[in-house]
Unconditional design. Sequence first.
Length: 284
Amino acid sequence: MTTEPITVLGAGVMGVGITTLLAAHGLPVRLVDTAPEKLTQAPGRIRQELRMAQLMGALPPGREQGEVTPHSDVAAVRGARLVIEAITEDTDLKKAVLSEVSALISPGTPMISNTSSIPIDELADAVRRPADLIGTHFMNPPALIGTTEVIRGARTSEATLDAVRGLLREVGRRPVVVRDAPGFVTSRLLHPMINDAARVVQEGTASAEDVDALMQGCLGHPTGPLRTADLIGIDNLVDSLWVLLKRTGDEGCRPCDLLLQKVADGHHGRKTGHGFYTYEESTI
Ligand code: NAD
């Protein structure tokens, strides 16, 4: 195990969650975001996620926490042990940032994208060394979800895959390695299903509460698809559905009007306090 920090790019829902998981396992993290308010909010949100994970018994007891330092510049990737990109689900933006990162780090430093849907090999076109790029699809909240989908791109090296397996072992996650494709396994299955659940509400067949109650009570879905949409972030879900539609042509991936309306209204789910449900300030 090395003590060089891991740099996490993006202090949104996932960047904060991944940072929480790493820090809870004693790993130092540099957390980077271009939005100053995200960096200001991050320590409080990390404390809250840590408290929740500890209450649920999901973290190793008695482990000294890794230091988390905030940064506003991507140059914070220099000298990192590895880099985890968790910025907005926008292909051009991710390509631009990963390209910049790959020019700043030394060869062999693993670059991990936490994209929900964009094929890794497509992102690899933007970096200097495609062999160093891999996908790890941490899900929200990373400290509570014990399994992580790992996406091996066509050009990802064995060394990069080994490094990611090692990291996941260190933080107590079980990797499941899959081949590269739009949405991989989890988003390819989950996101169109959530879109359909929203369409059912849009068509007036049932309320969001009743859709979730049926999916939980009859089909064993842990939280219900629409509560999951709120947890993911409806803006992020819609971005991911567009990525899937564009690359698969599957019309089931076209975001339904209700999802688009919620994004336009700023009702992005838990992170904005409103989505399919309303959240108290203290639980956001
Ligand atoms: P988010 O909108 O909550 O956060 C994205 C963050 O990236 C924002 O804070 C934004 O300011 C920051 N950002 C944008 N450009 C940047 C740049 N150039 N440098 C540094 N920071 C920048 O999004 P999120 O939900 O955290 O999603 C992040 C990634 O993780 C996306 O690719 C998403 O598809 C994926 N993902 C999300 C979930 C989920 O449940 N939300 C689950 C798995 C994967």
